[in-house]
Design a protein around this ligand. Structure first.
Ligand code: HAM
Length: 390
């Protein structure tokens, strides 16, 4: 038997109901409030992410599915969606300010475990172009509406990481601090010291926690304009009764952010989604000077915490006479009645059992020309009006 690739998933039955439900809620919220769906390729040139997310980031240095195609191009299976949409915007929509939504698979070579997969789904939105504070507000507010539509409990954490220059200065300061405490750090964090200092702040290793606790915080390195923007966002959120928690350690793992960063975290500490501003990304990629803000949610992480009931079919048709059952299908199709049916004409009792197991309300028996109401346990002669009326 050929094994399934590690870290990938098959989504079926109850999981697929959940997947489709989350996707429906996602588009119901975002696409009904101005975002337009975009689908970008799963394959991109490596260079895109090396430049955007950053060569030294965990994603680019360790997690990319990278290969040379038969034409000798160095390609990757996309690890995230933002960079591709920025590329698309620069190529086709440069003069406009657009609201994009996307929903699809991403690939990261991570250590597979619950909530962390090698192939996973992100649902996200990006606003790209000439932005203002309302752009930040709506991404956060619409995200909350999305999570609320799924009845989820979560905390919104926010931070400002200032300009890219502020972050560089902070990173240097942090490096000096961690270097002097190098011997107290875990091996894993020591490895990150030279190339990925900021990521040490994400460590959950108890050996690191004391050193991290006393490390310099980014808030002391933020320029005045960025601080003012952050203060205005906080008062806007307060005035809008949007609850949030400030987390000065929320720097996120992708290099393209400036100013606002935020995450939605559930009660068990699972990060359901995160995002922020990326005003310099187009410049870094050398494709324009426009701004961006966005968020992406981990769809499997959401599926893992929601509970939904399987939908039962209202009408299930059964029969053993192929002509009769085919005619019945055609009649119900003409009347626009949704119905389920067996995959093949097995014994009538086993078809009836399937209808019952699925929780159907009406079983239409094509052999007997009857409709059985399984809720009331009554049978009537077949009449399409019964199905239309109910
Ligand atoms: P990210 O934080 O890398 O951001 O990923 C966003 C979300 O995707 C995470 O919060 C998590 O829920 C989910 N996720 C990430 N990796 C995995 C994994 N291996 N398995 C399952 N779920 C995962 C970005 O990707 C940015 N592009 C977000 C963004 C959009 N920023 C601005 N616009």
């Amino acid at each position: 038997m050929i094994e399934q690739v590690k870290g990938t998933q098959n989504i079926y039955q109850n999981d697929s109901e959940k997947y489709l439900h989350v996707r429906k809620c996602f588009f119901d919220v975002f696409n009904k409030s101005g975002y337009s769906y975009i689908q970008t390729p799963h394959l991109e040139h490596s260079e895109l992410f090396e430049k955007s997310i950053g060569e030294n980031s965990e994603i680019v240095s360790k997690q990319m599915y990278q290969f040379n195609d038969k034409g000798g191009r160095t390609l990757v299976l996309r690890p995230e969606g933002t960079s591709s949409i920025v590329r698309y915007h620069a190529q086709n929509q440069k003069e406009l300010t657009n609201q994009y939504s996307y929903f699809g698979q991403m690939f990261r070579y991570e250590n597979p475990q619950k909530n962390r997969y090698r192939e996973f789904t992100q649902g996200g939105v990006e606003i790209i172009g000439n932005l203002d504070a309302f752009s930040d507000f709506q991404v956060i507010n619409d995200s909350i509406r999305f999570l609320n539509s799924l009845n989820l409990t979560f905390t919104l954490e926010i931070n400002t990481i200032g300009s890219i220059d502020d972050r560089e200065l902070y990173s240097k300061e942090l490096y000096t601090y961690f270097k002097t405490h190098e011997n107290d750090l875990s091996d894993e964090s020591r490895e990150k010291l030279d190339l990925n200092t900021l990521r040490i702040l994400d460590s959950n290793n108890s050996l690191d926690s004391n050193v991290i606790k006393h490390a310099p915080v980014i808030s002391n390195f933020i320029n005045d304009i960025s601080s003012q923007k952050y203060e205005s966002l906080k008062s806007l959120l307060n005035n809008s009764n949007i609850k949030f928690k400030e987390n000065t350690r929320l720097v996120r793992g992708l290099d393209y952010y400036n100013d606002l960063t935020f995450e939605f975290i559930n009660n068990d500490g699972v990060v359901l989604g995160g995002g922020g501003r990326y005003d310099r990304l187009a410049e870094i990629l050398n494709i324009g000077t426009f701004n961006g803000v966005g968020v992406a949610f981990g769809i499997e992480r959401i599926m893992n915490i929601i509970d939904i009931k399987n939908k039962s079919p209202k009408v299930y048709i059964i029969g053993t006479d192929i002509d009769k059952i085919a005619q019945l299908c055609i009649l119900l199709d003409k009347n626009d009645i949704d119905y389920s049916k067996p995959p093949r004409l097995s014994k009538i009792n086993s078809q009836f059992k399937s209808a019952k197991n699925l929780g159907a309300k009406y079983v239409v028996n094509a052999d007997e020309d009857t409709i059985k109401d399984l809720e009331n346990n009554t049978s009537v002669e077949f009449n399409v009006e019964v199905l239309i009326e109910n």
